[in-house]
Design a binder for this molecule. Structure first.
Ligand SMILES: [Zn+2]
Ligand SMILES: [Zn+2]
Length: 105
């Protein structure tokens, strides 16, 4: 095996190792965000069918608001915030237990 072939083999191993890592992190992300994704889907449907009224951002009144879930287990218990204030809300550490999780999002 010459040097360039050895190098190719190394690259392939590296890619495969990274792929494993990527798949694993994606699995973790999905597990961590499952509740969130479910809650967002339920909120969207509720707004569509008129069970939930979309409101302007509660901080600045921007009508381009999105639903923020203080508690993903209550998908219809939402606060309406614009992109900026929604981000700010997620930056706040609500308690030590969720501080690590929200930083990754
Ligand atoms: Zn706002
Ligand atoms: Zn939110």
């Amino acid at each position: 095996m010459n040097a360039s072939e050895a190098n190719k083999a190394k690259c392939r191993r590296y890619r495969e190792a990274n792929r494993e890592k990527y798949l694993e992190s994606h699995r973790v992300w999905r597990a961590n965000n499952r509740e969130k994704l479910l809650a967002q889907g339920k909120t969207r449907r509720a707004v569509k069918y008129g069970r939930l009224i979309k409101l302007p951002c509660e901080v600045c009144g921007n009508v381009q608001s999105e639903a923020h879930h203080p508690d993903y287990s209550k998908p219809l218990d939402v606060r309406w915030l614009c992109t900026l204030h929604h981000k700010n809300e997620h930056r706040k550490p609500h308690c030590s237990g969720t501080a690590n999780r929200s930083r990754k999002q």
